[in-house]
Design a protein around this ligand. Structure first.
Ligand SMILES: CC/C=C\C/C=C\C[C@@H](O)/C=C/C=C/C=C\[C@@H](O)CCCC(=O)O
Ligand SMILES: [Zn+2]
Length: 583
């Protein structure tokens, strides 16, 4: 059985230490073409055969230390892609390095990439490309050891049409006219901190940027850049708060890129360049949406510096990141704010458990992903059950200050490496060696397989419940939804917040308020954040009378959706997935 159930790559016989990428972005063919040059370290003597992960890549040639190497592509797996077996024309000993260069071209249906036409962008003038590699999509963009157990530095040069700008999850290293074509520009990037393949990210579009701090810029199409700069003006304060809690920020630059609405997630912790959905832009009215940025900042320590060894230990990334995110909230807002966010998270956990089914193995904190697509396994469970476990341990070990010191120590202990739950647990017992008797009383088996009940402080939640009761009383006097809002401003505030709008529309459809079905489908299609799009489509599909409408609207929009979003919504609506995902 592979050391990583989600990868074919030979991570037991060699490790990638550095990756050099030289790519040409072809918007006409919707492909990346170029070469990936891997510096590999042999972990065994007489090393001469290796396997890399690929998906839908056209392999043109392979060489090793400049000598031609033979290669074969295996059979395509349903979600793991196609193994690329490479035979070196020589062998090397344990500890020696070999430089393997793969010339290749991606497919227009690469699952890591979404190619947008000018019409799908805000500016309507230029095309746009962005990537999303987590968890196992980098292999559709680069032949690599696509496992979080492997960490490497990278350098890249990317050629794009001269009207466009390229950015990556690395420090910018200048740009110049493409010597091969004066109509193109080559942008250069350097990532000196070893990182896993899922954090490789690339964007090309009509991008502008504004400085928002001494080590931060915000990037987006010009239509959003001013609002984004205003929205994320507290980034440096968040970074400094996180550094006080977790230790130094090692990645140098911390930029934020606001993507087009089809980006499938609220944020993605790509190093040096956090990706963010435009649904976070809410005119600064609700700082709670900025907790997503606090989350992505926190990943700079938990996830990007200390990384889950395989996706079965994803809770180590996300549970610790939610814990750190909420400690930032505690520092910048209040403990009641942390408790309030924890309660909201508990509701999200319950939603996930209800969607999977309470006995589903995917509600385990450490699920087996043998033959399971990580995209199908993704939910709030690793985030919120992970947080709940850490919060429970915080209560047992002596409170937030005590436990945050443990988290900081855990980060220092495992920085730049990839870890498993057992390694985390062994360190927990070592760190709290004087409290092992208390730790031994924790029902670890239950925590790993069923969420224990946590009682959070309800101070802020009580205020929300009281307000909702007031609305219900007012509602009993005046009919119709307008009664909830005495003036248009409140409606504006209400609808500007994507989190509130999503929950309101889901409730409306669940309550079978027929007039709101098209409004829900509009939100499901005008943006592509999976957190909103999939549940809204699923809710309309569940409303029997509108099931066909849900499928019709999805099929009408599928071609313009991100390939992962399109695939997951198709499964939710029980629609045959299109042969070539993403188009
Ligand atoms: C047990 C699950 C194991 C592995 C899943 C790992 C990745 C799944 C893949 O679908 C990628 C997920 C990316 C998530 C990115 C950002 C999230 O932190 C926030 C998502 C929710 C939101 O939109 O706010
Ligand atoms: Zn996260």
């Amino acid at each position: 059985m592979s050391a990583d159930p989600c990868s074919f790559s030979s991570i037991n016989s060699c490790l990638t230490k550095h990756l050099n990428l030289c790519l040409n972005v072809d918007f006409t063919k919707r492909v990346l073409k170029g070469r990936a040059t891997l510096t590999l370290e042999a972990l065994e003597d007489r090393f001469s055969v290796l396997t890399l992960d690929t998906r839908d890549l056209k392999i043109i040639s392979v060489s090793a230390n400049g000598q031609e190497a033979s290669f074969t592509l295996g059979s395509k797996h349903s979600f793991k892609g196609t193994p690329l077996e490479i035979r070196l024309p020589f062998d090397i000993s344990r500890g020696q390095h070999v430089i393997v260069e793969v010339k290749y071209e991606t497919s227009p249906s690469a699952t890591a990439l979404q190619w947008l036409t000018p019409e799908q962008t805000a500016g309507k003038k230029y095309p746009y490309l962005f990537s999303q590699c987590q968890a196992h999509h980098c292999r559709s963009m680069v032949p690599c050891q696509d496992s979080p157990s492997v960490k490497h530095t990278y350098y890249a040069q990317v050629s794009v049409p001269k009207d466009l700008v390229a950015v990556m999850s690395a420090v910018r290293d200048g740009h110049e006219m493409d010597p091969q074509d004066s109509e193109r520009i080559v942008y250069r990037f350097r990532q000196p901190v070893p990182m896993p393949s899922y954090l490789i990210a690339i964007v090309a579009g009509a991008l502008e940027s504004r400085e928002i701090g001494p080590r931060s810029r915000v990037w987006s199409e010009k239509e959003f850049v001013h609002q984004a700069a205003s929205e994320f003006s507290e980034t440096e304060q968040m970074l400094q708060t996180a550094e006080k809690l977790a230790g130094p920020y090692v990645w140098g630059q911390y930029d934020i890129l606001v993507l087009p609405p089809s980006f499938p997630y609220g944020g993605m912790e790509n190093p040096c360049l956090t990706f963010a959905t435009p649904t976070l832009l809410c005119l600064n009215l609700y700082s709670c949406l900025h907790q997503v940025i606090a989350h992505e900042i926190s990943h700079s320590w938990t996830g990007n510096l200390v990384t889950n060894k395989t996706w079965e230990h994803f809770w180590l990334n996300e549970g610790h990141t939610v814990y750190l995110e909420r400690m930032i909230g505690r520092s910048m807002e209040s403990e009641q704010f942390r408790q309030f966010k924890a309660m909201g998270g508990w509701k999200d956990l319950q939603d996930s458990v209800n969607t999977f089914g309470p006995n589903s193995p995917l509600t385990n904190l450490v699920p087996s992903l043998q033959d399971v697509d990580p995209d199908d396994a993704f939910s709030s469970v690793p985030y919120e059950k992970g947080f709940a476990l850490l919060y429970h341990l915080e209560e047992l070990m002596g409170g937030p200050e005590v436990f945050m010191e443990f988290v900081k120590s855990y980060i220092q202990m495992f920085a730049y490496s990839s870890v498993t739950t057992d390694q985390w647990k062994n360190y927990l017992f070592t760190y709290f060696k004087d409290k092992v008797d208390i730790l031994n009383k924790v029902d670890w088996n239950a925590w790993m397989y069923t969420p224990c009940v946590i009682m959070y402080d309800t101070t802020l939640a009580d205020a929300c419940i009281a307000l909702s009761q007031k609305w219900i009383k007012v509602r009993s006097v005046v009919t119709g939804p307008e009664c909830l809002f005495s003036d248009t401003d409140n409606i504006f505030f209400f609808y500007m917040n994507s989190e509130i709008r999503f929950r309101w529309l889901r409730l409306c459809v669940r309550s079978k308020w027929e007039e709101m079905v098209p409004v829900a489908l509009k939100m499901a299609t005008e943006q592509g954040r999976l957190k909103f799009t999939r549940p809204l489509f699923r809710e309309v599909y569940t409303f029997e009378k509108y099931r066909e409408e849900a499928v019709r609207v999805f099929l009408a929009h599928r071609a313009a959706m991100h390939p992962v979003t399109a695939g997951l919504v198709a499964k939710a609506l029980k629609v045959e997935q299109s042969q070539s995902t993403g188009v």
